[in-house]
Design a protein around this ligand. Sequence first.
Ligand SMILES: [Ca+2]
Length: 360
Amino acid sequence: MDVISLGKALQAIKAIKELNDVIVAPQAEGRFPTVQARLDWIEGQANLLKVLGSKSINLEDGVFENMEYAAGALRLKAGKDVIGGLTDVARTGIPSASASYIRDQDQPISAIDGNSNTGWNAGKVDRSAWFQVDLKEIYEIKTVKIISYAMSSGDLYTSNDGVNFTKSVSLVPGENVLATPISTRYVRITNLNTDTQWTSIISLELYANAIIKSYAPVGSWTSPIIDLGEGYLNGKAIEVISSISAGTSALISVASSADGSVFGGFSPISGASIPQGRYLKVKVNLSGPPAPDVERKLDFNQSSAENTFAVDTFSIADGKLSLKTGIDLTTSKATLGAGVQFTAVIDRSQFKSIEKVSVK
Ligand SMILES: [Ca+2]
């Protein structure tokens, strides 16, 4: 993937070598009075030569830190998906349909456009017609809202491969709150019973918790060592042939070495000026926008690991986290005259004030 290209003298050096081969070759004898004159001429030509090509870097190789190569690009490493609030995931899906006839003005997209004045329409009664949405991810669908011109019932099929579909639930017009969420990537609606009316879907809404992709906030990629060749003269420029996603910052820097072993520090590319050396390494630092906040609810009832708090003698978590207003103390009992004496020790330093002491 040629995202980063080093404009340099490699091709030029090759050309010089070819030039040398020709000029020094036997058929060129006599053109120069001495070998030195011959070499002087070659040197002069080399100075006139311009860069003829470039050397590109394979982004799949190198050292990755919180970055990865995917879909032809360097990107920040994907993290754990963040679960968002309930949303109509059909709206961002890919709609399609099969029917013996579909009216030109009533294409599948119209069923998921959020507009109640438009719809997908098979144009006639067609019980075998189906409408489908590829949600592009597997979602847990909790509620299905379907509006048709005239349906009385329909069937919802699910699939994760878009090929093998299984009947999941029957639908009624309007809102269908599912007893058990349906886990699926593809949703297909068929057997729409529209009696004598056109088989159609004006609106299909599939409510599931949004899945928000998260990525490492920062990362870097360092290229393998780039050898500009034995005849290296000087690096001319580094060109970044790419686009950077909105919200992502990229810093590209270069380190150079004369021997391919000891490299200087990385310097950000500025204009056409790059560190000079036969061997180069390119480093890309990416940083993305802040990860979306995860919605978390804490109920302070010690019911789960996330909800478990270390409470001490004076604090309590029973649906809310609070300080105790009463402390039970261990007492000792002794006979005192005709009655009984209870004794307990209160550590006065633990309390701001003591309102009441009572014996149960
Ligand atoms: Ca619509």
